[in-house]
Design a protein around this ligand. Sequence first.
Ligand SMILES: [Zn+2]
Length: 311
Amino acid sequence: MNLIDFVSQFPDEESCKQKFKEYREQVGVVCSNCGGQSHYWKKDKEQFECKECGTRTTLKSGTVMHKSKLPYRYWFLAMHFLTSTKKSFSAKEIQRQLGHNRYHPIWHMVHKLRAAMGKRDGEYILAGQIELDEGYFSTERSVEHKHEELKRGRGSQKKTKVLVMAESEIMESPKKGKKPRRVGYLKMKVIEDLKKDSITPLVKSLVNSKSSIDTDGSNSYVELKNFVEHHKAEVIPQNKVGEKLPWVHIAISNAKRQLLNTFHDIKPEFLQNYLDEFCYKFNRRYFGEALFNRLLVTCVSYKNEFRYTYG
Ligand SMILES: [Zn+2]
């Protein structure tokens, strides 16, 4: 959808609200009191009313817009920005485009959208042949650290560790000039450290037990063989990494470039949200114009749980 299509499809607040309601009804409203799934629409109140117990549910409650005071059209425009290009938009840029005078509500909105993308992808378990490796992403240091480092004349960045996994099927006879492996779904997870006690349970929760994992020869991976069908650990010289684990490395370098181009300083606690957006869009790279509607389904399907209070 280009901007002209967007504007003609959603010219005002009412058209966005109607579309949101339509999708909410498709996904289904569940009564928070009795679990009932049949509702009347109370037009005057703009609320659903449970046919069983009479409990009312607002249009936004239980969705990513839960308790949001921002207009639907803001949300729709933000979703349009996030899905209309492979790149991302900073909250600052979206604020500018919307002409809204306060930054924090916009910043929250965009993070809520990213968190919803992460929830959606969280339902998918990787299967088949999987590449796995670690990436190190530059993030901002905490204020205390910054102060110390400035005194010592060092930079103010630190590296946050990320576990990266990509379904990557080995092609029997790859076409000339094409990659020898075909990529499927991608996952990126911020991880506290790279010890096997952190890596093992995380990987276990994200992959199917019938899958086969390829990694380098790091000791952190020794337990992976216990819960997948096959684990191939190979000592990989630095210049062969792109050949042995091609897709995780392409994904890591693309994600790093995108984050660097769009955002100034990323706080470590928000890196996961940015990676969730990157993976969500990577995993739907062939969706084209359908991506906006898919994100709308995601938004009506998950209740917002993103919280952050400015101190
Ligand atoms: Zn009810």
